[in-house]
Structure formats: structure tokens, C-alpha cells
Design a protein around this ligand. Sequence first.
Ligand SMILES: [Zn+2]
Length: 337
Amino acid sequence: MIISEKIDEIRKRENVFSNRDRLEDGKTYIPEFLIEESDIDEIIGVLGGIKPVMQDNCFDKDLDRLKRSLNKLEIIYGLNYTISPYKYLINSPNDFCEVVDIDDNREGMVSFSISFETSLNSRSEEFFLKKSKTWDRADEFSRKFGKVMGYPECCLDFGESLSGNIGNIEAMKESMTWSKAHIRSFRNSKDVSDILNIYTVKPLVSHVPCSLDCKESIDYAKKILRLLSEEDRYYADLRRYFLRLNSLFWFYSEFFLLDGEKERNEVKYSDFHKISFSDDVFYGGLTDDLREKMERTQKMLEKGNRLVMNKNFFKVFDGGKEIGRVEKDYPFENILF
Ligand SMILES: [Zn+2]
């Protein structure tokens, strides 16, 4: 229960940023709508000068609330913003992310960018649109987008090296469960550092690092954590708690958090929590096979207190007694962080 309580706690604690009185103490005020619908780290990163621009999406039904909130940032801090004149349809049957006009009557998301420099907002929106729209050049535009966002060069190279099925949507979907960036990043790492734990809720970096010892990504994560500590020590402590957790990881929207001790390829845990939101954001949702594996794993984790990872399967134990095992289709279908 500890993990789910901490998840509730961190959500509640984020509301401290919505208190306007903070401005008098030289701290950051963030409109409530952006706390709920956007990303505190990114906003604080842009305001603190460690991130040149941020980009996010919001449902078009909330467009008025978005504009009101962004206007507040503009008045208080002098931040500029750009909102896309397009809507992005999530789970569209025609495309991974179909782009339509803003007055289309289907529900979709608008993209917005925030920066002190108007030109960065325009470029962010331009490359976000292009990478969403063109599968055959998604690579090129993802890199350009990442560069505008200020991601490290080594991580941009890494992002580019991951492609292999460009233009072939079926192949990309098929390879999703084992070739994704997060797992490749883990495989590239000699050392794993909690500060770059991207296998948890609320990681400190918004890009996928080329490895978990990427120096530039670690520097960025440290800077964000320092800013958060200055803003609200208690909130930063909650974030540190989530960075310390272990994870049985499939992909960024599907994994189990484990509170325990990890030694080599096993974790002794006292609590676990399932994180699963693919069905909300992913095109087509989860495959039946993965859904079945996760449900079976959840039942095993409930009965056990120790998880052991091997190359082709993982096992759950209650003390010395084996509860069960899950075979992997690929050696790196998932990882134990
Ligand atoms: Zn890197």
C-alpha cells in the first residue's frame, strides 16, 4: 500500500505550486490547470533557464482554460507561448496520430509550446507537427524536435539509431514490446544511476537518455532536482522516493513498481504497484498476449515477496517457494531495474 499512498501524496503535493502567494517568496507559481494537465518539471525547467522550450498536448475541449493559464505565465514571467492551429487525434484508426484542422468536430489534442523566445515555440510546433505527420521522415524531424528541446547530442544520436522500420507501421507496432528506447537505454548502460531512473513514475528527464550513465542527462536531472528542492523540499523528497523504487519494466506505460532491495538479478519486495496506461494513449491498446502476462504477473506478485530475473523468463518466490514463472518472447522483452 505504501506505493499507492505515495502516488496520492505526490499528486496532492503538486498543488502547492498553485498558490500565488509563492511569488512573494520568490518561488514559482503554476496555474492549477497546468499542474493537472501539463508538466511541472518542464515549466520550472524553462523558467529556471535549463530548458530552452517545452512542448505538451492538451484536449481541445480545454482550449480556453489552456489559453487562460498560458496568459497568466505570460503576464507573470514574460513567457511566450504558441498553440497549434491543428488537432492531433489520438488512437485514430487512420494513423498513429492523425493531424486535422482545429475546427474538426472529433475530439483531439492541441499541441502547445512555451519559451522565452517566440522563434523556439514556432520551431518546436513545426517539428512536432512534421514528426507526427510524416512517417517516412519521422526520424529526421524527431531529431530536429529534440534539438530544439535542448536534448543532449549523444541522446539525439541514440534516438536516431533506434529506427529500423521507418515507414512500416506494422513492423514498428510489432517490435514495440522489445525494441523500445527505454530498454535499449538500459542495455547500453555500464552503470545505472537512480537519478536517471526512467522506469518509474515522474522521472526527472523528459527524453530517453542514450544510457543510464549519460553525463549530460545526469547533469540535467540533477539541475531539475535541485530546482524542485528549492521550490518545495517535501515534493522533491517524494520524487526521490520514486527514483529509488525498483521496477519490472515492459515499456514506459506498462510496468510494476517494487518497493524493496535489489541485488544483482533479484528484488526482495514488501510492496508493488501496477502502472498501466497504454489503453489510454496507445494506438490500439495492449496486445492480448502482453495483457495476459501482466495480469498473471500481478497475481504472482501478490502472493510472493521476491522476484528473480533470468534471460528467458522471470520467477516470483514466496521466500524459498516458487510461486510461478513468466516466459519472455525476447530476452529483453522486459528488464528488472
Ligand atoms: Zn546521452
